[in-house]
Design a protein around this ligand. Structure first.
Ligand code: PEP
Ligand code: MG
Length: 883
C-alpha cells in the first residue's frame, strides 16, 4: 500500500478515520487540513512501515526513500523553502504517533534540518540571529538526546555552567553570540559522547530521526506501557514529518496546549496554558511555569503573568473559534497543541482529551444535553472500569491536616504513603505491600512504572499538562504537581517544606483534588455517587437488558449493594456466616459430633442465628431476589490447625486435644478444592442442608408475615456434577419447605437451582435442568476446573503466562470466552432446551468484569452478580453490551 500520506494547504491524503494506518496524530492532522484549518504542511509515514520494519530485520521498503523525498519537496514548495538549502532552509519536526497516544515512545525532534550552514540561512531569512542560534542549540540538544542517546543532563549542565559563568539568570539573557558559544560546547560534547561529529547532513538527520521513532516502538518504556494498557505490539507507530512553525520567534510568538473543557472537572470552559517566545515541548516538559490562556482562569489562579486573551486578543479570538469548530466536528472534548508564529495561529495537533472519570461523566452528560451526542452515545463513551476512580477516597473534611505545601490539583483523589524519590524503589516497596507516594521534581516517561506502583504522585515543577499530571489522570491516581515551595534533594533523599525536613519513608498525604500536601496520614472517606454519575447510571439502566445483582452476605454489604443499585443478591456465601465467634463453636461441635444426632443438636444451636441472617437480608432486599447458596467449603476449613489452637478449641468444646487432632487429621484432604465440598457435603450430611433450608424458609415466612410480601428465596446447590446428586438435595429442601409451610401456615414460594462450576455439569445441563429451576455460573471454579489450574496457587506462573502471551489476560479476571465460555454457552443452550424459561446468571468474579459482561450478554444471561463496589461498573458495562 501507500507508504506516505501528505497533508497541508487545505487538503490531505488521509482523514480522521484512518488512525490504524496513520496513527492518532497523523489522522487528525489530515482531518484538520481537510477542514481548512491552519496546519503546517507535512506527511505521515504509515504504521505499516513500522510493522514491516520489524518483520524485515529493521529495514525499509525500497519505495520509502523516493516517496519521502517527493513529499518533502512538496512541503518545501508549499512553504517556499528547501530542505538543506543554505539560503532559505526548510526545517521540519519529526514526531511519533501511534494509534493510541503512548508516553513511552520517542516524542518529538524539532528544528530538524539545521546545520552550521543552514542556521545562517535561517538567521538571514528570519532577520534574527539570536532566534536561529537558539533554534540550533535546541535541535542539537533534542536530537542528540532522543536520536543519538547522549544524556539530556549533559546539555543542561553545559548551559547551567555557562549561565553561572556569565551570571545570567534566564535563558533569555543569552545573546546570539552566547548561543554560538554554547553550540560549540554542545557539539564538542556530542563528539565526545558518540565518537562522531554532530551530523551536518540534513538527510542523515532526517533518517536518523525517523529510525529513532521506529526504534522507540520497541523501547523498554514503550513495552512496559503497552503491557500495562494491553496495546498489541503489531500495531506499530507512524512518523509525522511536518514543516516547522516557530513559537520562539520573539514576543508575538508563543506555543501552548489547550482543552475545550476542563479535563479534571469537565466544566465547559477553555482550559489551557501557553508560553511566550517558546517552543513546543517547553510547555509539556514543565521547565517554565506556563501562563493561562483565558483571563478568567488567570484571575482564578491569582496569576500575575498576563493571559493570552489580554496579550494577543485577535489570535485568541481565532483560537476560541477554532477550538469550538474542532469540538463540534469531533463531537467530543479536544486536547490541542498550537503555535503562534508572529501573531499567526497554527494547529499542531488535536485529539480526544484524556479526562478524569468525573470529567468524563460531566462531559458526556453535557454533550448529550447540548444535543451533540445521543444519550446512548453518552453511555457508550464512559469506560466502565474508570468508574473505579469515583470510588476513590477523599479527605475526611473533619480530619486535622498538617499542610506543608500546595501544588496544582492535577489528578483527583487523596492518598497517603511513605515518601520515595525513585521509581524503581517505588516499585520495589509496592511489591512488599507498602504504600508509597512518589515524589519527583518532575516525571518523565521513565517513571511510568513508579507512578503505577505509587498510591499518588507529587511533583515540585510543572503545570496541569505536565507529564506527571497527564499520566496520573490517565491512571486514575491522585497527583499534586508543581508544588513549588517544596524542595527535593535526591542525593539526601529528603524533601523540605515550610522548614520541615522529611526523609524517605516518612508518611505524607496528598489531595489531588485541591493540591494540598500534608504531613502524616489523613483519614479519608468515600465519595457520594450523585449528579452526573446518577444521570449516566439512569441512562445506562434504560439501555440494559441484563439485571445486576451483588454477591453479599452481611447486612453491611447488602446495604452497600443496594446503594450502588444492585437488583438483588446473586450469591450469598453462607459459609462466611459461620466464621463469627459465637457460631464457629457450634460449627465445630457439629463437625466433631460422632453421629447424626450429635450433629443435629449442634445445628439446632446455629439455626436461629442463621434464620436471623436471612431475615435481615430479605428485609434489606425488600422483595428483590436473593440467592442463598448452601454450605460449600470442606469442613476442615472450620477446624483449628496449630497445636495451640487445637488445645484452646478442645477445651471450649469439651473434648481432649487428641480427639480433636484425630478428627482434624481425618478430615485432611490433599486437594480440598476437588474434595469433600459443595453438594457432596449435603449428600453426606443432609442435616446441614436441612438446617440451612429451614433457616431460609422460616426467615421467608417471618418476613412475609411482617411485610405481607413474602420473599421468594432461590436456594442454590454448589459444585453439582450430576442430576442425581442434585435430586437428593432437592428432595430434602422440598420436604423442609413443606414442613415449614405446615408449621407456619405461610404460603411459601421458592426456587431450587444449582451452580454450574464443573465441566460435567455444563455438558449434562439438559438433564440437570430437569431438576434445577435456575443455573448460576460459578466461573471461578469453572475456570479452575476447565483449565485444571488452581485458583489459589496459580499466581506464581500466571504472570509469566500473560507476559509470554500464552494468556492474553488472567482467566480468573477476564472470562476465557473460548474455552470456559464455550462451556457456559453449551450449558445455557442445553439448559434452555429442557426448561425454556430457566433463569441464568453468573456469580464468579467475572460478573464484575466489563469484557466478561459483554460475553454474558451474547449468551443471553438474565443477570450478572458481582461484589457490591463493582455494581455500578457492571450496570454500565451491561448497558454498553446491550447497545
Ligand atoms: C465460583 O466458583 O465462581 C463461585 C462464585 O463460588 P466460590 O467463589 O465461592 O467458589
Ligand atoms: Mg465456587
Amino acid at each position: 500500500g501507500k507508504l506516505v500520506f501528505r497533508f497541508g494547504d487545505g487538503k490531505a491524503d488521509g482523514e480522521a478515520g484512518m488512525k490504524n494506518l496513520l496513527g492518532g496524530k497523523g489522522a487528525n492532522l489530515a482531518e484538520m487540513a481537510n477542514l481548512g484549518l491552519p496546519v503546517p504542511p507535512g506527511f505521515t509515514i504509515t504504521t505499516e512501515v513500522c510493522t514491516n520494519f520489524y518483520k524485515n530485520d529493521r529495514t525499509y521498503p525500497k519505495a520509502l526513500g523516493p516517496d519521502v523525498d517527493a513529499a518533502l519537496s512538496e512541503v518545501g514548495r508549499i512553504v517556499g523553502a528547501t530542505f538543506g538549502d543554505a539560503g532559505n532552509p526548510l526545517l521540519v519536526s519529526v514526531r511519533s504517533g501511534a494509534r493510541a497516544s503512548m508516553p513511552g515512545m520517542m516524542d518529538t525532534v524539532l528544528n530538524l534540518g539545521l546545520n552550521d550552514e543552514t542556521v545562517e540561512g535561517l538567521a538571514k531569512h528570519a532577520k534574527d540571529r539570536r532566534f536561529a542560534y537558539d533554534s540550533y542549540r535546541r535541535f542539537i540538544h533534542m536530537y542528540s538526546d532522543v536520536v543519538l542517546g547522549v544524556e539530556h543532563h549533559q546539555f543542561e549542565d553545559i548551559l547551567g555552567e555557562y549561565k553561572d559563568e556569565k551570571a545570567f539568570g534566564l535563558d533569555t539573557d543569552l545573546t546570539a553570540e552566547d548561543w554560538l558559544k554554547v553550540i560549540a560546547k554542545y557539539k564538542a560534547c556530542v563528539e565526545k559522547a558518540t565518537g562522531k561529529p554532530f551530523p551536518q547532513d540534513v538527510k542523515e538527520q532526517l533518517w536518523g530521526a525517523i529510525g529513532a521513532v521506529f526504534q522507540s516502538w520497541m523501547s523498554a518504556r514503550a513495552n512496559t506501557y503497552r503491557r500495562l494498557h494491553n496495546i498489541p505490539e503489531d500495531w506499530g507507530t507512524a512518523v509525522n514529518v511536518q514543516a516547522m512553525v516557530f513559537g520562539n520567534l520573539g514576543d508575538s510568538s508563543a506555543t501552548g496546549v489547550a482543552f475545550t473543557r476542563n479535563p479534571s472537572t469537565g466544566t465547559h470552559e477553555l482550559y489551557g496554558e501557553f508560553l511566550v517566545n517558546a517552543q513546543g515541548e517547553d510547555v509539556v516538559a514543565g521547565i517554565r511555569t506556563p501562563q493561562n490562556i483565558t483571563e478568567a482562569a488567570r484571575i482564578e489562579a491569582g496569576s500575575k503573568a498576563p493571559s493570552l486573551e489580554k496579550l494577543m486578543p485577535e489570535t485568541y479570538t481565532e483560537l476560541v473559534r477554532t477550538f469550538a469548530q474542532l469540538e463540534k466536528h469531533y463531537r467530543d472534548m479536544q486536547d490541542m497543541e498550537f503555535t503562534i508564529q508572529s501573531g499567526k495561529l497554527w494547529m499542531l495537533q488535536t485529539r480526544a482529551g484524556k479526562r478524569t472519570a468525573k470529567a468524563a461523566l460531566k462531559i458526556a452528560v453535557d454533550l448529550a444535553n447540548e444535543g451533540l451526542i445521543s444519550r446512548e452515545e453518552a453511555v457508550r463513551r464512559i469506560d466502565p472500569a474508570s468508574l473505579d476512580q469515583l470510588l476513590h477516597p477523599t479527605l475526611d473534611p473533619s480530619a486535622k491536616r498538617d499542610i506543608i505545601g500546595q501544588g496544582l490539583p492535577a489528578s483527583p483523589g487523596a492518598a497517603s504513603g511513605e515518601i520515595v524519590f525513585d521509581s524503581d524503589e517505588a516499585e520495589k516497596l509496592k511489591e512488599q505491600g507498602r504504600n508509597v507516594i512518589l515524589v519527583r521534581v518532575e516525571t518523565s516517561p521513565e517513571d511510568i512504572h513508579g507512578m503505577h506502583a505509587a498510591e499518588g504522585i507529587l511533583t515540585t515543577r510543572g503545570g496541569m499538562t505536565s507529564h506527571a499530571a497527564v499520566v496520573a489522570r490517565g491512571m486514575g491516581k491522585p497527583c499534586v504537581s508543581g508544588a513549588g515551595s517544596i524542595r527535593v534533594d535526591y542525593r539526601q533523599a529528603t524533601l523540605t517544606a515550610l522548614g520541615t525536613v522529611l526523609k524517605k519513608g516518612d508518611i505524607v498525604t496528598i489531595d489531588g483534588s485541591t493540591g494540598q500536601v500534608m504531613k502524616g496520614a489523613v483519614p479519608t472517606i468515600k465519595p457520594e455517587l450523585s449528579g452526573d454519575f446518577a444521570i449516566i447510571m439512569e441512562w445506562a439502566d434504560k439501555a440494559r437488558r441484563m439485571k445486576v445483582r451483588a454477591n453479599a452476605e452481611t447486612p453491611l454489604d447488602a446495604r452497600a449493594a443496594r446503594d450502588f443499585g444492585a437488583e438483588g443478591i446473586g450469591l450469598c456465601r453462607t459459609e462466611h456466616m459461620f466464621f463469627e465467634a459465637d457460631r464457629i463453636v457450634a460449627m465445630r461441635e457439629m463437625i466433631l459430633a460422632s453421629d447424626e444426632k450429635g450433629r443435629r443438636a449442634a445445628l439446632a444451636k446455629i439455626l436461629p442465628m442463621q434464620r436471623q441472617d436471612f431475615i435481615e437480608l430479605f428485609e434489606i432486599m425488600a422483595g428483590l431476589p436473593v440467592t442463598i447458596r448452601l454450605l460449600d467449603p470442606p469442613l476442615h476449613e472450620f477446624l483449628p490447625h496449630s497445636e495451640e489452637e487445637i488445645a484452646e478449641v478442645a477445651a471450649v468444646i469439651g473434648v481432649t486435644p487428641d480427639v480433636l487432632r484425630a478428627r482434624v487429621a481425618d478430615l485432611h484432604e490433599f486437594n480440598p478444592m476437588l474434595g469433600h465440598r459443595g453438594v457432596r457435603l449435603a449428600v453426606s450430611y443432609p442435616e446441614i442442608a436441612e438446617m440451612q433450608a429451614r433457616a431460609i424458609f422460616e426467615a421467608a415466612a417471618e418476613v412475609g408475615r411482617k411485610t405481607g410480601a413474602p420473599p421468594i428465596p432461590e436456594v442454590m446447590v454448589p459444585l453439582v456434577a450430576s442430576k442425581a446428586e442434585l435430586d437428593i438435595v432437592r428432595d430434602r429442601i422440598v420436604a423442609i419447605a413443606d414442613e415449614v409451610r405446615k408449621e407456619t401456615g405461610a404460603k411459601l414460594d421458592y426456587l431450587v437451582g444449582t451452580m454450574i462450576e464443573l465441566p460435567r455439569a455444563a455438558l449434562r445441563a439438559a438433564e440437570i435442568a430437569q431438576t434445577a429451576e435456575f443455573f448460576s455460573f460459578g466461573t471461578n471454579d469453572l475456570t479452575q476446573t476447565t483449565f485444571g489450574i488452581s485458583r489459589d496457587d496459580s499466581a506464581r506462573f500466571l504472570g509469566e503466562y500473560t507476559a509470554k502471551g500464552v494468556f492474553k489476560t488472567d482467566p480468573f479476571v477476564t472470562l476465557d470466552t473460548e474455552g470456559v465460555g464455550e462451556l457456559v454457552q453449551i450449558a445455557a443452550d442445553r439448559g434452555r432446551s429442557t426448561r425454556a424459561d430457566i433463569k441464568l446468571g453468573i456469580c464468579g468474579e467475572h460478573g464484575g468484569d466489563p469484557a466478561s459482561i459483554q460475553f454474558c450478554e451474547t449468551v443471553g444471561l438474565d443477570y450478572v452478580s458481582c461484589s457490591p463496589f463493582r455494581v455500578p461498573i457492571a450496570r454500565l458495562a451491561a448497558a454498553q453490551s446491550a447497545l
